[in-house]
Design a protein. Structure first.
Length: 141
């Protein structure tokens, strides 16, 4: 990464930027502050979301970018290189009902019924498989 001439990352005030800064902090601890400084010296653009970060590489405006695994895998125009486990910063996406589906019987066809069914499917083997195929690393409760 520090050998790339033009690097794009997320702006520090957006989620991809926050995760990138955490990864670079971990990298500094593992590889020395020099690593992070060399990466930051090559940053040519700070973008407001991960898709814009990836697009800069797709358009040839950057040689490298730091994006979510799912965004890297979603493109057939970029080479995705996974970080070593100690540097990975998991992005967390929560899904939950605002009430206990088992405590309140939701009439069929209602929003509450739909939420209960979505939660059940998301936690099922089929739902977990779909998430994995799209680059997520789901964990059941």
């Amino acid at each position: 990464l520090p050998d790339a001439e033009r690097i794009v990352i997320g702006a520090p005030n957006v989620p991809i930027g926050v995760y990138t800064n955490e990864m670079l902090t971990r990298a500094a601890g593992a590889m020395g502050r020099d690593f992070t400084d060399r990466v930051m010296d090559r940053v040519v653009s700070l973008e407001s979301n991960a898709r814009l970060v990836r697009a800069k590489v797709e358009l040839g405006e950057a040689d490298a970018a730091i994006v979510y695994r799912t965004d890297g895998l979603a493109s057939d125009r970029v080479l995705t290189i996974e970080l070593p486990p100690p540097l990975r910063v998991p992005a967390r996406y929560w899904i939950a009902a605002t009430h206990s589906p088992s405590a309140v019987a939701a009439p069929a066809g209602t929003l509450a019924d739909g939420v209960s069914r979505l939660l059940a499917f998301t936690h099922s083997e089929a739902g977990q498989g779909i998430l994995r195929r799209h680059g997520f690393a789901p964990k059941r409760p």
